[in-house]
Write a protein that binds this ligand. Structure first.
Ligand SMILES: [Fe+2]
Length: 221
């Protein structure tokens, strides 16, 4: 899916000499606990969730050491980014991290602690449902930029998402367009694609619901 206007530039633009050249509010942290910011007087506003993330290769095998980046809106639906024209820096949540990064472990996994993002208007007639942006790079694999959604939250808008993502692999999986896959292989691909698209909430864990996110990389060039 598209990167969109709010990627955390620091992850790619270290030559700019600033920690977060695209940010409204300076947040030095890029760890995987977005719901807590070191030194902040308050915790993040909103519903805290834990996301158990696994990165798979094209053959659905775990990818250890993959670099995973995520960014998302706060509970009010605002990004920490200069392209976010609806707010100023002092209107953002000082207790929220807005982005994070980390590497998968030997089993291809990592855990993110964050909050459910707010929906925000993408046009005069449509609100984007709550979603998290992901960028994943694993050596020897094609990089992946995608977004995950929350079960039961606004997949009604999928046609509008499609309009902005003609080449989207996940949506195409859902339509069975994956090239060369038949029978069980196609069903497996659809199952993985479904997991990519939707973070599913499971049994609450210490008061914080847990979701699963599967990020599947394509074959390397
Ligand atoms: Fe977004």
């Amino acid at each position: 899916m598209v990167t969109g206007p709010f990627p955390p530039l620091a992850f790619r633009d270290t030559a700019a000499g600033k920690p977060n050249p695209g940010a409204w509010r300076e947040v030095a942290e890029t760890d995987l606990d977005l719901a807590r910011v070191t030194g902040a007087a308050t915790a993040a506003m909103g519903q805290v969730v834990r996301l158990q993330v696994i990165v798979l290769d094209a053959g659905c095998r775990p990818v250890p050491g993959a670099q995973v980046e995520l960014w998302q809106a706060d509970t009010k639906g605002f990004y920490n980014h200069r392209n976010e024209v609806r707010v100023t820096a002092d209107e953002l949540d000082p207790g929220f991290g807005y982005w994070g990064s980390g590497r998968t472990d030997d089993a291809g996994r990592l855990t993110v602690r964050t909050i459910v993002p707010g929906a925000y208007p993408a046009s005069s007639s449509w609100f984007r449902p709550p979603h998290i942006h992901w960028s994943v790079q694993g050596e020897g694999h094609a990089p992946l930029t995608t977004q995950s959604y929350f079960d039961g939250e606004g997949l009604d808008g999928v046609q509008a998402i499609r309009a902005h993502n003609d080449a989207d692999r996940i949506l195409n999986y859902r339509d069975g367009f994956e090239e060369g896959l038949r029978g069980k292989a196609l069903e497996d691909a659809r199952r993985v694609a479904r997991a990519e698209l939707v973070a599913r909430f499971a049994v609450p864990e210490a008061g914080e619901p847990t979701g699963q996110v599967v990020l599947r990389l394509g074959k390397g060039a």
